[in-house]
Ligand binder design. Structure first.
Ligand SMILES: [Zn+2]
Length: 139
């Protein structure tokens, strides 16, 4: 199952529409079996989104969506900042920390992202706080 990959759909308007609802500009998104992107996907993006696809499999799709939304709310509570809350989602932590490792999916431990990461304290929180200052976003 670790070799399963999603269906990639490029040059779609769907990420453009979804960005209007999201705290970040979405260039690619994994929705169940599908990965949909605005333009063409580079290798890193494919790797990132395939990690999300494997997370969907970890939690049988519906569970992933619930955990993802739950982490988003917990992140908003702790960090009071939309973009920081997004990067603090455990699923995003696993994906961002490993999307440049092209052997990662080969060695990935199923479900480990659920306990290896904390929404309250992502390892790159310092960088996120710098990003918050650059934005000058009010909360
Ligand atoms: Zn992601």
């Amino acid at each position: 199952m670790k070799h399963w990959t999603p269906i990639f759909i490029e040059n779609s308007q769907i990420p453009v529409w979804l960005s209007k609802l999201a705290p970040i500009d979405i260039s690619a998104i994994t929705l169940g079996l599908l990965v949909i992107s605005r333009g063409e996907m580079d290798e890193r993006t494919r790797n990132h989104e395939t990690i999300h696809y494997q997370q969907y499999l970890d939690l049988l799709f519906v569970g992933f969506i619930l955990v993802y939304l739950w982490d988003w709310l917990v992140g908003l509570f702790w960090h009071r900042h939309g973009k920081i809350a997004y990067y603090s989602i455990r699923a995003e932590q696993e994906a961002y920390l490993n999307d440049n490792d092209y052997n990662y999916l080969e060695n990935r431990k199923r479900w480990a992202w659920l306990w290896n990461h904390k929404v309250k304290s992502p390892p790159y929180l310092e960088k996120l706080l710098e990003l918050e200052q650059e934005d000058g976003e009010e909360t």
